[in-house]
Write a protein that binds this ligand. Structure first.
Ligand code: FAD
Length: 368
């Protein structure tokens, strides 16, 4: 393992990589796993001290040390994706006053207005200020080292800024070596994780995945996908013949006491993929309401109108969200239809669920 060693160039025809330190390494097979880079805002002053992005453990340590050294009292987060929302909780726990500056009216727009509203309420419940429909236009610092955040909605002063406006695949130096990108802008791979170049594989946040429901390439930079892709690439290099079957887009995160999860397609995505999609949203208890720890859970199911096949599900709530979405991830993968889900034999005992699970209820209502 060579730490702190960057590859500057891939020479496939010579089966060699050039290192930034002037050395080179020969290979029989190469795996490109260069990950992703945080998107920048492209506004003046982005290099002002006190502005961070969070991509890896080193970033996390830097942020933690900065907060402790100052000590910081206020944080501004730019963007309201899952990393920003998780960081709201971390900053609040560290005792900071938190403001989220977001381009849109609600966080996590993909999940729909109603679920975005629930996430917003959770932020408000935890004293996070949310500045909606606000563009950051620049940064600078005050003489005493505070960061000034300029927006089209006024100016903020803060100790620390975290930008979390998404990531893009790190495709250099792969592109310069002739490795092809797919329509998402990430490295294109086949089901064996091979790129267009013989002996060169790619895995993780630098490459695309095949979406099993839409049948299209997607860019889902997630850790579990990266891990599986890496295993498949490694196994194939080691002489096995493994296929990575693709993804259904399962994801989850937690914002304070709210669990958020999804799998498959949203209704809008399903329509865009050509399905005659229909959806229903129900609200139920995660377990019998008399049982300690029960919480409200909203579950949306998306199905194909004609066949009844489940295409996706999204859920938000205080408890039991991820377990439901994981069941539905298996259902989406297997192509189960609503008829099957309406009476599917799920494990039941009051500490975990009601005898009629939210999955049964949603499936039956959507069947009507
Ligand atoms: C705060 C945060 C929370 C997350 N939480 C979740 C979660 O809960 N669930 C989930 O599924 N995913 C989560 N993710 C995403 C997950 O971390 C990534 O999908 C995963 O780390 C991708 O792994 P990777 O190996 O492809 O890329 P990375 O982990 O980014 O690793 C790429 C490595 O390649 C190195 N590199 C790049 N270019 C070169 C070069 N030219 N030469 C040598 N080395 C190079 C980089 O320095 C880096 O070390 C989270 C990400 C963040 C930032």
């Amino acid at each position: 393992v060579r730490l702190n060693t960057a590859v500057s160039e891939i020479r496939p025809e010579e089966k060699r990589v050039e290192l930034e330190n002037g050395n080179s390494l020969p290979f029989d097979a190469l795996v490109v796993a260069t990950g992703a880079v945080p998107r920048s805002l492209g506004v003046p002053g982005e290099d002002t001290p006190g502005i961070f992005s969070l991509r890896n453990l080193t970033d996390a340590i830097r942020i933690k040390e900065f907060i402790a050294a100052r000590p910081a009292k206020r944080a501004v987060l730019v963007g309201a994706g899952f990393v920003s929302l998780e960081m709201c909780e971390a900053f609040r726990e560290a005792g900071l006053a938190v403001t989220v500056v977001h381009l849109e009216r609600l966080p996590m727009r993909r999940l729909g207005e109603d679920f975005g509203q629930k996430i917003l309420e959770e932020l408000h419940k935890n004293d996070v200020r949310f500045m909606a429909e606000t563009h950051v236009t620049g940064f600078d610092s005050t003489p005493d080292g505070q960061v000034r955040v300029y927006t089209d909605n006024g100016r903020l002063e803060t100790d620390i800024v975290l930008t979390g406006i998404g990531i893009r695949p790190r495709v250099s130096p792969a592109v310069d070596a002739g490795i092809t990108l797919g329509p998402t802008g990430a490295i294109a791979v086949d089901d064996h994780m091979r790129t267009n170049l013989p002996f060169v594989y790619a895995a993780g946040d630098c490459c695309e995945s095949y979406h099993r429901i839409s049948g299209k390439p997607v860019y889902y930079p997630l850790g579990d996908i990266a891990n599986k892709q890496g295993r498949v690439a490694g196994a194939n290099i080691g002489g096995q013949n493994l296929s990575f079957p693709g993804v259904v887009g399962s994801n989850c995160f937690k914002v304070f006491d709210l669990e958020v999860a999804g799998t498959g397609l949203t209704e809008k995505e399903a329509r865009a993929a050509g399905f005659d999609a229909t959806a229903i949203t129900i609200e139920d208890d995660s377990k019998p309401s008399s049982y300690p720890g029960a919480a409200k859970l909203s579950l949306r199911m998306v199905a194909d109108s004609g066949s009844g096949r489940l295409l996706g599900a999204q859920a938000v709530g205080g408890d039991g969200v991820v377990s439901r979405v994981n069941i539905l991830a298996a259902a989406v993968t297997a192509g189960l239809a609503l008829e099957e889900l309406a009476y599917i034999d799920l494990a039941y005992a009051p500490p975990f669920a009601g005898s009629q699970d939210p999955i049964h209820i949603a499936a039956r209502q959507l069947l009507k």
